[in-house]
Design a protein. Structure first.
Length: 254
């Protein structure tokens, strides 16, 4: 049975991550855990940027170059392309906590952790639509078409520049950020936390440590209450690192 590209790539990167941790243990290179931790935060930041820019159009990047850069940086997440993420995420908001929700807790813990698996089949079975604004973005579409080729080239370049960075940072961070995002935001923040807004048939909640660790994505109740708002932090302690970057570098436009 032939595995789809995404499943094959994730399986490969999981094996590579195990090798990386084994090398770290063998050589006692524990200090590399520090840049790995920051790389995980960087991946959360990159996801948070294209989540708000592409999925919700909540800000403009200020230039075509900056927009395309946000799309390109998603390569380090080793995930589905921002185009596929936007299609599925818009579907999630439309059906949040209902039977057709693609990555909410209605899918159960394991269904939430591994919601990206078999995504192309879910596009059909859940009748997910691709909106015109996504199709009109030529770079977004081309990036999706050539995503795995780009990933291969970037992976080779990272390895050639620094083998240790490849084994200790790039590879494990690409797996661990995914576990955090799905566990903390898509599952935990629909079950535990507090709300600023009462939402009908929507269990999204805010969670302090999830909000801080995921660069603002953990202020989930705020986001579900106002998806078009680029700033997810609505109270003083709700620090949204991504929105600060958008405000001071990209320039938010309503």
């Amino acid at each position: 049975m032939k595995l789809p590209k995404y499943e094959l790539v994730i399986f490969l990167f999981c094996i590579l991550a195990i090798v990386g941790f084994s090398l770290m243990y063998t050589h006692q290179d524990w200090l590399w855990l520090i840049p790995m931790w920051f790389m995980i935060r960087f991946n959360h930041l990159c996801l948070s940027l294209h989540h708000r820019l592409i999925s919700h159009r909540s800000f403009t990047a200020g230039s075509e170059f900056k927009k395309n850069l946000i799309i390109f940086l998603s390569i380090f997440q080793v995930n589905h392309s921002p185009l596929k993420f936007a299609i599925s995420h818009r579907h999630h908001h439309k059906h949040s906590d209902k039977e057709l929700d693609i990555h909410g807790p209605v899918r159960g813990l394991w269904g939430t952790l591994f919601w990206e698996f078999g995504l192309e089949k879910k596009f059909k079975s859940l009748d997910m639509k691709i909106q015109r604004d996504l199709i009109r973005d030529k770079f977004l579409v081309a990036y999706d078409k050539h995503y795995y080729k780009i990933l291969f080239v970037v992976s080779v370049l990272v390895y050639l520049i620094s083998a240790k960075f490849f084994w200790y940072v790039f590879v494990p961070a690409s797996i661990l950020w995914k576990v955090e995002a799905n566990l903390f935001v898509n599952w935990y923040c629909h079950r535990h936390g507090y709300v600023n807004y009462t939402l009908e048939a929507d269990t999204a909640k805010n969670n302090n440590w999830a909000g801080w660790l995921t660069m603002g994505e953990g202020w989930h109740n705020n986001h579900h209450a106002d998806p078009s708002n680029y700033n997810f932090g609505h109270r003083p302690h709700e620090i949204d690192t991504t929105s600060l970057l958008i405000k001071h570098y990209f320039g938010k436009t309503a």
